[in-house]
Design a protein. Structure first.
Lengths: 140, 286
């Protein structure tokens, strides 16, 4: 008992990535509890728990859109690597997306690109938060 | 759903609470006080594990976890790194093509000096780790650099640590530039990285001796004292920064550059935290 941190706690830390803003907090909470495609009300408005990348990936599946999303995900990856906050799985996601694109599986490619782009956006957010938030983690 | 949510909040509060007791000051160059940080770190661990004597922290997780300690003590009876120390001594004493050797690059001919690394190098304007100094010595003598993480560099470092056993770590911060490097290392230590969004501190302060998934992280106090380490999982010797990269990968982050500025500053911070403890490298770990 005394030595166990539940996986729940680890999950909490993940959704803490971009929780500084109250809307982000609400979004992360809804997303964590209900997954994507769930609608919720915040400050009188209705929102859906999809990430912007997932919204983009819901566009028509064709070669042009898949190519565009992959290029965008690659650019975002370069951006996160430039600030040294990349995540490990992203590179392989980009490779898989490229493979799917070449195989003509545009939907699959677009979904994977969305995931890769999300990773990089979160890494960049981590970088920005790290400039100030680490201070709160330092023992008082 | 309600229950899950309150569990979430409960768990995260618990983490925050245990973190905020661990005390210390300063996140700007003007306010950072390394000595206060170091004392706060020590007192945090001493309050949390009152039964563990301060000088036992050089034994890493085995200072806290009685369960694995016995196993480890058996390993240390026939140390798996013995061969590496011997090999390191031979390498250390083998002359370069120009007739000179490592001894010429270090204070006290390189014997018994591990406790002074990493050090602020005034002429280079940066932190120099022992491994960096070893490679700089080679290059100054017309030899090729060695790989950073294992093999010969780890063996030489192991021999140099061995000649320094029981010397007390005494890393110095002589000026504001060195202090800035310390502060940068401190920031790295508390910065969350990777898909799991965790910092070194999450595991090695708050999470010390708490199972995180299947792993039991040790205390950051004493982290550096026994490196390089012969790790059963590696089946060979590795340097401290090899381990840094491994921990960053474990949280699904792309690791920072071995012996790059970030890792050197992190090592500087971590070693300063362990000032006052003795050198006991090389060590053996699971």
């Amino acid at each position: 008992m005394k030595k166990t941190i539940s996986l729940v706690a680890a999950l909490m830390m993940i959704s803490g990535v971009v929780a500084a803003h109250p809307f982000n907090e609400a979004f992360n909470e809804q997303r964590a509890m209900y997954g994507k495609g769930h609608s919720f009300t915040w400050d009188g408005q209705t929102y859906i728990t999809d990430h912007p990348e997932e919204v983009a990936a819901a566009a028509e599946a064709n070669a042009a859109n898949a190519t565009k999303l992959l290029a965008s995900a690659k650019a975002k990856y370069a951006e996160v690597m430039a600030v040294d906050f990349g995540w490990t799985l992203t590179k392989n996601l980009l490779k898989s997306s490229n493979k799917a694109l070449e195989a003509g599986d545009f939907r699959k490619s677009m979904n994977i690109s969305a995931q890769a782009e999300y990773h990089s956006r979160m890494g960049i957010a981590q970088y920005h938060q790290s400039q100030t938030e680490w201070i709160m983690a330092v023992p008082e | 759903m309600k229950i899950i949510k309150s569990l979430l909040v409960g768990a995260s509060l618990a983490l925050v609470a245990s973190i905020t007791q661990a005390a210390s000051s300063g996140n700007t160059l003007a306010s950072v006080d390394p000595e206060a940080d170091r004392l706060a770190m020590q007192s945090f661990f001493q309050k949390r594990f009152p039964q563990v004597p301060l000088d036992d922290y050089v034994n890493g997780i085995y200072s806290l976890d009685a369960g694995s300690r016995e196993q480890w003590e058996e390993i240390e009876e026939f140390p798996p790194y013995e061969f590496d120390i011997e090999e390191g001594e031979i390498l250390f004493n083998t002359a370069f093509a120009n007739g000179k050797s490592y001894a010429g690059c270090f204070a006290n001919a390189g014997i018994g000096i591990r406790q002074n690394f990493p050090r602020w190098d005034e002429s280079q304007g940066k932190i120099v780790t022992l491994e960096l100094a070893i490679n700089q010595c080679r290059e100054a003598n017309g030899e090729k650099k060695l790989g950073w993480k294992k093999g010969k560099i780890a063996q030489i470092s192991a021999y140099m640590a061995y000649t320094s056993r029981d010397n007390v770590f005494d890393v110095q911060i002589p000026n504001d530039e060195a202090k800035a490097a310390y502060l940068d290392g401190k920031q790295s230590f508390y910065t969350r990285r990777g898909q799991l969004n965790m910092s070194c501190a999450n595991c090695h302060i708050a999470g010390a001796n708490i199972l995180i998934r299947a792993d039991l992280p040790g205390p950051t106090l004493g982290h550096v004292t026994h490196f390089p380490v012969f790790r059963s999982k590696w089946g060979e010797l590795g340097t401290l920064q090899r381990r840094y990269g491994g921990c960053q990968k474990n949280v699904r982050g792309v690791p920072q550059k071995t012996q790059g500025e970030k890792f050197r500053n992190l090592e500087f911070f971590q070693t300063y935290m362990s000032n006052g403890l003795v050198v006991n490298g090389p060590g053996a770990r699971k």
